[in-house]
Ligand binder design. Structure first.
Ligand code: TMP
Length: 212
């Protein structure tokens, strides 16, 4: 399905994804390649509304695990159909900050939804589109605990307000996924003062795919 290249970044909150995505974009644009950076949830206008429903802590008492799953998947279906697939057909490199592995780790492994059901919903919402390569930036809980952001809502968002044991399960989930699909999911160890070394490792993988 891909004429372009579909790259995703995954991992727990605070693992330095945004910085690595920015650096990779700069690198690829220097090669005069067309690069589109996007994210889940909230890439499209309609997705921004879904993002608010999902992350805004004001809804924390009303949200249910099932509603949360369907909202992430609704955002994904709109994002994949309207943005990612057309951009790939155009030959662009699409870099997404999160995709369905986040749902598997957050709502499946760490959440309350049956894993088989999550995988089925992921398949429906992604129209079967699988990333060409996924970078899982693996961070330890201690590294990310100090990095809770309050920029979007003035306080920590809903997923970031969850207890440490749930955050650890997310990390375990991503880690397990990277061992189950090592061809697609590349584990890059997050080391806060080794941003450049992490980026070099990522670029090596991307260069290899571009050559092939
Ligand atoms: P971020 O854009 O800052 O990474 O925040 C998105 C949050 O949503 C983050 O805490 C992970 C969470 N999330 C899920 O729980 N499931 C999903 O499927 C996706 C895409 C994100």
């Amino acid at each position: 399905m891909n004429d372009g290249l579909f790259i995703t970044f995954e991992g727990p909150d605070g693992n330095g994804k945004s910085t690595q995505i920015r650096l990779l974009k700069e690198y690829l644009e220097k090669k005069e390649l067309s690069v589109i950076v996007t994210r889940e949830p909230g890439a499209l206008d309609i997705g921004k509304k879904i993002r608010d429903l999902l992350l805004n802590p004001v809804y924390k008492d009303q949200m249910t695990p099932e509603a949360e799953l369907f909202l992430y998947e609704a955002d994904r279906a709109l994002h994949t159909k309207n943005l990612i697939i057309p951009a790939l057909k155009n030959g662009s490199i699409v870099i997404s900050d999160r995709y369905y592995d986040s749902t598997t780790a957050y709502q499946g492994v760490a959440g309350k939804i049956d894993l088989g059901l999550v995988l089925l919903c992921n398949k429906i919402a992604s129209y079967g589109l699988i990333p060409d390569i996924t970078f899982y930036l693996h961070a330890e809980l201690d590294d990310i605990r100090r990095k809770t952001t309050t920029e979007e809502f003035g306080v920590a968002d809903r997923p970031e307000s969850k207890p440490d044991d749930e955050k650890q399960k997310r990390i375990d989930g991503f880690y397990a996924l990277s061992t189950l699909e090592p061809e697609r999911i590349k584990l890059i160890k997050y080391i806060p003062d080794k941003i450049d070394a992490m980026q070099s490792e990522i670029r090596k993988y991307v260069d290899k795919i571009l050559k092939s």
